[in-house]
Structure formats: structure tokens, C-alpha cells
Write a protein that binds this ligand. Structure first.
Ligand code: ASP
Length: 334
């Protein structure tokens, strides 16, 4: 077993699942980031495979399409030695609630250790977690939360700038429909960053200041002196009706380009969770500028963060089963 195995104190993350960042303490978030950090180095080695999850089964259950998140979880689980099944479930012909619970019960009967779930409805992953015996990781639920995205964003920032506390981070674009924004607001404020949200009034949620952020409807105002600019995709799949006059207008006022970046801190860095719409929310050349853009680092950090989450949650499961077995004075499950 590797050195990490001996040193992980699972009592520092006393949760069975990872459903969101909201509700986690700064210490729990930092613990997850510290474990993730050690996986970055492992992923840069020639031989990346570990046996920590040997004999474990991870199911990626995606009710909504995904390329990077699903691939990232799959790679993370395989690098830890788990058996991985990918399931893409269409919700078109059956009532969504029924599909979700039925599928959860069916999969539960096959004894997976971890379910990674993405669903278009906010709250669906949490509901599912109540019906199964395994650990559940939220791979994105509607416009609610995408916890591993916020963790990978934080790891990317922390590795580049050495800290999160005291930084000013602007999150820009379609805040209203973005689970990435919500998870990042919770995480960044918990770790002591100042968060600004910048969006057209139609894409800014009401009373958002309650989450401890500042809201702006003008990019040049909101970007003044920021250290990090996180751009968001226009989530057209969640829009009913028209929220922006035209793509051209949107890019003119809310698309990130060098001219708008000029009011930010001179060393300010650019992030984007992907998939990116070049020329809609971000200028293509800026997105590819490796001196300003952290977008590739974010993808790399994603695998490390997901390895850390899978590692930690399966250890916690083992701990719980061992305790159950010990209490019963009999066999140990798991
Ligand atoms: N990939 C992110 C998500 O699943 C961001 C996006 O889709 O725009 O929420």
C-alpha cells in the first residue's frame, strides 16, 4: 500500500457522500485539496496505476451528457485500480423521477462501492443517495452543485498562487443556470476569497448577495483589480426563452477579451470549466494564452481531485463496514 494509505485520517471527512460543497467546513475542503495535491504527482509519473480500489466497483451514472467529467472520473477510478462501468441513461421516454429511483435500486442490488451521478434536475443526486447503500458523488445536478469542479478549480488556483484566502475571484456569465458558480461560491467564500459575480441582469439570480458575494452587471466594473476570472458557458439547454439579445451582443458586453482583462490585476489568470464556446463567452486567443489561461491545468487537476474523492469515500465505507462488523461482533462486510 502506498504512503498515503497509512496517513489518511478519514475522520477528517465525516460524510458518506460528496453531494455538494455547501455544508462542508473549510477544514474538510482543505483536507480534500491536500489529498488531491498528492495525486497530481502520481498522475505525472510514467506508471500511474495504484491498487487502492482493487476489487471495488465504480459506476458512472450519467442522465445528462458529459465528455470531460465522465472521462475524468473513469480515468481516476481506473488509476486507483477499480472496475468501472459507464452508464448513460436517456430520460426522454420515461418520467424522470421513476427512471432515477428505479435505476438507483437496480444498480444498488449489484453492490457498487461508488456511484458517480449526473442529472439535469437539482436535488436528484441527493434523492438518489438516500436510496442506495454505497457512496455517491455528485457529478453535477441541474443548476445546483458540481462539487468536484469547484475542488479542481480551487486546487488549480492553490497550486498556481499558493493560496485561496485573500484573493479576489470574479465569476462571469450565466450565473443563473450554473452549478459550477454555486459550488465555487460556497468553496471560495469558505476558504476566505472575495467573490464577485458578473452577469447581465437576466442571468443574475435574485438576492445572490446573501451568499456573501458582490454582484455586478458591468464587466469593466466587476473585473477591476481581480486576481482570477472564471468564465461560464451560456447554459442554453437550461434556458426556456431568451435571456440574451444575441450572441454578438453578449460577447460585446460579457465576452472576456484582452481589453476587458486590462482592468484586472496585471497578473490575473483566466479559468473556464469547459466546454468552451469560443467567441461567445471568451476570446479564443486569450483562452489559449498559456501565460494567462489555467484551462488546461483545470483538466489535469480534475483527475487528481476525483482520485482523492474516490479514495477517501471508499476508505470511509470500509471504516463504516468494519465498525458495523465489530459492533455486531461478527463478520465484516465490504
Ligand atoms: N461542465 C460544466 C458542468 O457540467 C460546465 C458547463 O457545462 O458549462 O456544469
Amino acid at each position: 500500500m502506498c504512503a498515503q494509505a497509512a496517513s489518511l485520517d478519514t475522520s477528517r471527512y465525516p460524510h458518506r457522500h460528496l453531494l455538494g460543497i455547501s455544508g462542508l467546513t473549510a477544514e474538510e475542503i482543505t483536507f480534500l485539496l491536500d489529498i488531491s495535491d498528492s495525486y497530481v504527482d502520481i498522475n505525472r509519473r510514467d506508471r500511474k496505476k495504484l491498487d487502492l480500489l482493487e476489487g471495488r466497483t465504480v459506476i458512472n451514472l450519467f442522465f445528462e451528457s458529459s465528455t470531460r467529467t465522465r472521462t475524468s472520473f473513469e480515468l481516476a477510478a481506473k488509476r486507483l485500480g477499480a472496475d468501472v462501468i459507464n452508464m448513460s441513461v436517456s430520460t426522454s421516454s420515461i418520467k424522470k423521477g421513476e427512471t432515477l429511483i428505479d435505476t438507483a435500486m437496480t444498480l444498488n442490488a449489484m453492490h457498487p462501492d461508488v456511484l458517480v451521478v449526473r442529472h439535469s434536475d437539482s436535488g436528484a443526486v441527493s434523492l438518489l443517495s438516500e436510496k442506495v447503500n454505497c457512496a455517491v458523488i455528485n457529478g453535477g445536478d441541474g443548476s445546483h452543485e458540481h462539487p468536484t469542479q469547484a475542488l479542481l478549480d480551487a486546487l488549480t488556483i492553490r497550486r498556481r498562487l499558493g493560496k485561496i484566502a485573500g484573493l479576489t475571484v470574479a465569476i462571469c456569465g450565466d450565473i443563473l443556470h450554473s452549478r459550477v458558480a454555486r459550488s465555487n461560491i460556497h468553496l471560495l467564500t469558505a476558504l476566505g476569497a472575495r467573490v464577485r459575480l458578473i452577469a447581465p441582469p437576466t442571468l443574475m439570480p435574485g438576492k445572490i448577495e446573501r451568499l456573501g458575494v458582490e454582484a455586478f452587471t458591468d464587466m469593466r466594473e466587476g473585473l477591476k483589480g481581480v486576481d482570477i476570472v472564471m468564465m461560464l458557458r451560456l447554459q442554453t439547454e437550461r434556458m426556456q426563452g431568451s435571456y440574451v439579445p444575441s450572441i454578438r451582443e453578449y460577447f460585446r458586453f460579457f465576452g472576456l477579451d484582452r481589453e476587458k482583462m486590462s482592468v484586472a490585476n496585471p497578473d490575473a489568470l483566466v479559468m473556464h470549466p469547459g466546454p468552451m464556446n469560443r467567441g461567445v463567452e471568451i476570446d479564443s486567443e486569450l483562452a489559449d494564452d498559456i501565460s494567462r489561461s489555467l484551462i488546461r491545468d483545470q483538466v489535469e487537476m480534475g483527475v487528481a481531485v476525483r482520485m482523492a474523492c474516490l479514495d477517501l469515500l471508499t476508505r470511509s465505507l470500509r471504516g463504516a463496514f468494519e465498525a458495523e462488523g465489530a459492533d455486531a461482533g461478527g463478520e465484516v462486510g465490504g
